[in-house]
Design a protein around this ligand. Structure first.
Ligand code: ZN
Length: 116
């Protein structure tokens, strides 16, 4: 039974990109495909109100020079006690002189109806 109290944080695998996502998601945050709902899903989980908890964006640039740079983008999540609960290398790559990259980190929060 889905959609009842106590299932927060339940996950499934996106059939398109194989990312682990929330079962309640109607759009995959990874590949942004709309997801079909199986018959166990209910209407409430489809219409969960959401808000953006944070969005951080920054850019970095290799100034004109001879050498290429390498970079890695890492995201980590810590709990109240400062313990790391997740850590992921999102991407790595090379940056030629005069090239730049922009990294955007966004956190969406899904607040079930009736919770305060
Ligand atoms: Zn996906």
């Amino acid at each position: 039974m889905n959609g009842r109290v106590g299932v927060a944080g339940k996950t499934r695998v996106c059939p398109h990109c194989k990312t682990t996502i929330l079962e309640s998601a109607s759009v995959c945050p990874g590949c942004q495909h709309h997801l079909r709902f199986d018959r166990n899903s209910n209407v409430e989980s489809r219409t969960q109100p959401t808000f953006s908890a944070l969005r951080v964006e920054g850019a970095f640039r290799n100034p004109a020079g001879a050498d290429s740079w390498e970079y890695s983008v890492v995201v980590s999540i810590r709990n109240d006690r400062g313990e790391e609960v997740a850590r992921k290398v999102v991407g790595v790559g090379a940056l030629d002189p005069r090239e730049s990259r922009t990294v955007t980190l966004s956190v969406d929060v899904f607040a079930p109806r009736g919770s305060k």
